[in-house]
Design a protein around this ligand. Sequence first.
Ligand code: KG4
Ligand code: ZN
Length: 351
Amino acid sequence: MIILGIETSCDETAAAVVEDVGDAARPWVIRSSVVASQADIHREWGGVVPELASRQHIRDICGVVEGALSGAGVAPADLGAIAVTQGPGLVGSLLVGVSFAKSLAATWGVPLVPVHHLAGHIESLFLHHGPLPLPAMVLVVSGGHTSLFDVRAPGAYRAVGRTRDDAAGEAYDKVAKLVGLGYPGGPVIDRLAKAGNDCAIPLPVARMTHPDRNAPLQKGQWDFSFSGLKTAVLRHVKAKGAGWTPSPGEVADLCASFQRSVVEALVEKTFAAATWHGATSVGIAGGVSANSRLRADAAAFGRRAGIPVYVPPLALATDNAAMIAAAGLRRYYAGVRADSRLNADAALRLE
Ligand code: KG4
Ligand code: ZN
């Protein structure tokens, strides 16, 4: 079974071909994966401009899909299905992928499978590692989302926590903008933080956990919050006064201190939720899972707790279509099909 995946939810136009080879240890193999990033276009504006994103998807989608098919050496007749991100995301961007996938499915007579973007991020772990030990606690952490999912069976995702305000990646991007480091902020803060002192600037770590560890489970116990941290960084910068130009050392200290707060909150909450829910593995997916400190701290925490930790390779961490193809395979086997009435849904829920 060969599936074509298409992803256009934000600022990456992506297409990939994934084959189910039936090997129990690692059933899904990436035959090709093409990503056209629009980061250079949006960098100038300090963040994603929705209208520019939709227009660029229209320009790129034909070439990206052709590239994925030719890279995999497959013809339309070889495809068993087409999977497309239905939501959540920017509605104009989503519409490009959904309309294109519907047209291909109708023209080639191939079944169409709608996919939730976060299911794609979760399935990036199964795509790369094969079946994870279940139940698994999976943190999806990206520019648009910071959510915890309890995965008890393949393809069954139950949201147990989410951010109440900013996503962690959004906080990285906003802080980078504040300090003049450009867009996207995650990779550059990650790099600069390596040279900094992570205790140089006292910043809050939002825990939102009951101080009594034996207290009964509170509503929202596994939620995150990053807007207070962003405000604390803003206050720190403002306190320095108008014409403040930080030295490279000061920038590094700020990056390291900010990153420590974000990573501590993510790792502590994820493992607390994993333990409480009896998870036998932890997964971390989404763009921020590319972060070097998050990877290192989660691995160390996992070793101490005796819980294996799974992260995707960098190419599968940020938005891509191979993960959408993988989630599409899962849904295809579950019998999910869409017809020509399929519409993009900017606020699509997973459950
Ligand atoms: O998953 P993704 O490509 O798109 C969304 O679905 O949002 O994630 C993009 C986010 C951006 O906010 C970016 O700054 C962040 O992932 N990111 C990182 C790193 N690489 C990308 N954040 C922290 N450290 C990184 N190394
Ligand atoms: Zn994403």
